[in-house]
Design a protein around this ligand. Structure first.
Ligand SMILES: Cc1cc2nc3c(=O)[nH]c(=O)nc-3n(C[C@H](O)[C@H](O)[C@H](O)COP(=O)(O)OP(=O)(O)OC[C@H]3O[C@@H](n4cnc5c(N)ncnc54)[C@H](O)[C@@H]3O)c2cc1C
Ligand code: SF4
Length: 483
């Protein structure tokens, strides 16, 4: 156990951040790394509960009390090994996971949770920057199975599955249609939340473990899925849930109404050094920006718009404003359904709840967006309705649609293979990740629907265990997951 009195003597302290006025001048990460002593003090707050709930809150089943204790005692090399036993990419989750583990920490009942995510980030930093516990040395399998696995998609699900399967001795090839690897880690999540060198280091490690990466290859489009299936023993589909939810209101086709992902991916490419042709630029600079949708994607649009120096940034949410504290029907250790302010929203954003977008209206040219007509909405018996007579205008030159995603792309590889989809547009899988097509498995957002990176990694590990058992005819690859 960490310090038995730690939680009584040490207050929860979250990371320091560069001030908003400073950090919106660039796209670099803004969290100030805590000192080793600060991390140890925070880890000391763990009570090592008889029945810990935190690792059930973590989709990966990270063994949190154990690594808190090891960090407190300064046994960092063991902490690195314990953490890597369940999480392939803790340097990623340590940055962008919303930390459901902390919501289910027992201290959260009447104190404040252990800063588990920050402890995790510090362990990952020790591994990567100082090579502690083997660092990012490739883990090469002692023997090879002679079996071949094709993974389509290099997001966190594909990368986790590839790493697990390569370490189990299979010959793994990852096919990625984008020029860069990482999926939404690279082209969705902005650099100010996670710089992309983080992905490159892991990819280097995986190459050392024998994983082959082929980019610019769209299976089901530039290359036939049937050919891939003929050449490999198993095909694992980790193609994400990339169909954005659209809004069908007048003016949808106006110049200036665009999907959030087009805006975000373009900025990430720009940060990576790509030159975007002027004709296809989507920029918030000097504009009144309205982000429609209150989730992660919307928040990233807010942060990016502020960095591009928008004149104003607003974010509209159809649902009512959540309460400030848990309601009785939402008790611990469930995820708290309360009002949150993301780091991007804290940088400057007008938030509107219970707002329904009714129309996009053009300027005098008749082509370019000039304003949004909106109305107040109310939630009655599970249905959102417009409140008549509450129309109002919002000046807007750039509307970013961030209303979620409606499943995997239907054509391409999914269509060619004839994969069964559920009513939400996700690929239907069994617990092992097997689909309705023999030798084809699926994982991550493609089968779960748009979710979280931590779930994608957990799904990648789970499908790897399913594939390994299928290829060997027996269960050998260990997966720790609460799913
Ligand atoms: C803007 C945004 C911000 C987010 N922020 C967070 C966050 O802060 N924290 C968090 O936990 N989660 C966040 N999420 C969710 C998280 O990014 C996803 O849940 C996660 O990336 C899903 O991983 P995946 O591997 O299943 O799919 P993806 O990351 O979507 O990767 C799928 C990959 O498959 C490739 N692909 C698709 N079709 C083909 C094909 N036919 N051939 C070859 N390759 C193909 C794609 O190019 C892509 O690289 C965010 C999502 C978005 C959109
Ligand atoms: S991966 Fe997320 S849920 Fe799991 S321990 Fe880390 S921060 Fe918590």
């Amino acid at each position: 156990m960490a310090d038995p009195r730690g939680f009584l003597t040490v207050e929860r302290a979250t990371s320091r951040e560069r001030p908003a006025v400073d950090r919106i001048q660039d796209y670099e990460e803004f969290v100030v790394e805590p000192s080793d002593d600060e991390v140890r003090a925070q880890a000391s707050r763990c009570m090592d509960c008889g029945i810990p709930f935190c690792h059930h809150g973590c989709p990966l089943g990270n063994v949190i009390p154990e690594f808190n204790d090891l960090v407190y005692r300064g046994r960092m090399a063991e902490a690195v090994r314990v953490l890597h036993a369940t999480n392939n990419f803790p340097e990623i989750t340590g940055r962008i996971c919303p930390a459901p583990c902390e919501a289910s920490c027992v201290l959260e009942i009447d104190h404040a949770a252990v800063t588990i995510k920050n402890v995790e980030r510090a362990i990952a930093r020790a591994a990567i920057e100082d090579g502690v516990g083997g660092g990012l040395e490739p883990v090469v399998p002692v023997s090879r199975t002679g079996k071949t696995v094709a993974i389509v998609g290099s997001g966190p699900a594909g990368l986790a599955a590839a790493q697990q399967l390569a370490r189990a001795g299979h010959a793994v090839t990852v096919f990625e249609r984008d020029a860069g690897l990482g999926g939404l880690l690279r082209y969705g999540i902005p650099d100010f939340k996670m710089e992309k060198g983080i992905i490159d280091s892991r990819v280097e490690q995986m190459r050392g473990e024998g994983v082959a990466f082929l980019t610019g290859v769209a299976i089901g489009e530039t290359h036939s899925a049937a050919d891939v299936l003929a050449r490999f023993d198993v095909l694992v589909l980790c193609v994400g849930a990339r169909v954005p939810r659209d809004i069908q209101v007048p003016g949808r086709d106006l110049e200036g109404v665009t999907f959030a992902m087009d805006f975000l991916a373009q900025q990430n490419r720009r940060v990576a050094g790509a030159v975007v042709p002027a004709a296809s630029e989507i920029l918030a600079t000097g504009k009144h920006v309205v982000v429609i949708g209150g989730g992660d994607t919307g928040s990233d649009c807010v942060g990016t718009s502020n960095r591009q120096h928008a004149t104003s940034v607003s974010q509209l949410e159809l649902m009512p404003e959540p309460p400030l504290v848990r309601m009785p029907e939402n008790p611990w250790p469930a995820w708290p359904l309360v009002l949150r302010t993301s780091s991007s929203q804290a940088e400057g954003c007008e938030r509107g709840f219970s707002v329904m977008t009714k129309a996009f209206v053009a300027d005098a040219s008749g082509k370019r967006l000039a304003k949004i007509v909106a109305a107040r909405a109310e939630l009655t018996r599970g249905t959102i309705r417009e409140i008549p007579g509450t129309d109002f205008d919002i000046p807007c030159d750039l509307a970013l649609l961030a209303m979620g995603f409606t499943g995997a792309e239907r054509g391409g590889v999914v269509g060619e293979l004839g994969l069964a989809l559920d009513t939400r547009g996700n690929v239907v899988t069994e617990g092992s990740g097997a689909t309705n097509v023999p030798r084809v498995f699926a994982a991550g957002d493609a089968s779960r629907g748009q979710s979280l990176v931590v779930w994608a990694i957990a799904d990648g590990r789970r499908v790897a265990a399913g594939v390994d058992a299928y290829l060997r005819g027996s269960v050998q690859l260990r997966v720790t997951s609460s799913c």
